[in-house]
Design a protein around this ligand. Sequence first.
Ligand code: PHE
Length: 448
Amino acid sequence: MSTKTARSQWSSRFTFILAATGSAVGLGNIWKFPYITGEYGGGAFVLVYLCCIAILGIPMLMAEIMIGRAGSSSPSNSFRELTTANNLNKHWSAAGTIGVTAAFLVLTFYSVIGGWSIAYLSYSLQGLFAGNDAAAIGDIFNDLISSPSAVIGWHTIFMLFAVSVVARGVNKGIEKTVTVLMPAMFILLLMLVAYASTTPGFQQSLQFLFSFDFSKLTAEGVLQALGHAFFTLSLGLAIMLAYGSYLGKDVSISRTAVIVSFLDTLVALLAGIVIFSVAFSNNLTPGAGPGLVFQTLPLAFGQMPGGNLLSIFFFFMLLFAAWSSAISITEPCVSQLMQRFNISRKRSSALIGISAWLIGVLAALSFSVLSDTHIIGLSIFDFLDYITTNILLPLGCMITALFCGWALPKTISQEALDLNDTQHKLWIFILRFITPVLILIVFISNFL
Ligand code: PHE
């Protein structure tokens, strides 16, 4: 199919919401949000985070979806359609190119972690965690990441999962898959929450997450909340540009953006309740990152009655969250390549899959045979993470904010966004001044 034929469309607003929520809900909700919340003052942090989502996240989410829908093309080309139609500088499309580049690089290492989650699902299906102590659980993790054949194998399977869905197209691939994955993920999460509420650590977890401790809310905490608001809504990676380009003109972008942000936050909070209840019930201190999901939780599950079944639920949930996010990172890359070289979706998916897989192999091996290879002092895996999250992602968001705030004629956004006059003025004001300044602050602080 060439890019010239009619562009696909989501079959309903609901499927768009599922796909966008599938993108937003990912490892960030499960292994980062709960931890930073506990670290920086519980309820006080949640309050700041909600402000960041409302002030920065939602307006930016609206901006990306709007540009995608208005341009109805690949990420860079959607910008270009708008700049051409309105006689603007064509270099604004750099935001699309930067976003797609970032998405491609994120895909390479996201697939490695996605692979770990399939590995852990298989371990939980085999009941490997039962009765193990911390050392044995630590060995399971270290054995996995230090085995080149294992990590590459799981990475390969996960990459195939993601790419094969995108290759089948928006309706038959992405839409069909997220309509199964997302409801299943929600049901698993709700079952885990129901279980968590019966554990002795439940009260403590609520206290950890929701008791206000403003003394723990430092400037660093506020910066974390800012950065996480962008990451968790998958902004700056051209994802919402790509997904927005398949959105029908009759759908309200503002309302949809609010719903997606609400669901994303809900999942983060519920995942936090589950994780902390399980950890506290076993007298474990929860940390962040891979250690939390791949060591602390398996250890806890291994000690609890019925823990094996819970671990199966949990790793299915993790896999579904990671899978739907990976699909969303693949789509902008595939769409861009299709449009740029006028090739079919299948061919574009294959090219993206193979090249991202190759770089991912290097990232996967940076925990074993390539552990001595460093780029600017970072392992290959950390380097990829660093340049995407700390540099490309904020840069893409910054250009998008400036474009919508300063360059794009106001009438265009007013018409596209379904906002009243005051709301639209506020939206412009935020993207003109607030977002760029705050991104600049986060950007600079990342270097300090
Ligand atoms: N938004 C996802 C999360 O919170 C992260 C993500 C990053 C998803 C990059 C897609 C691409 O985990």
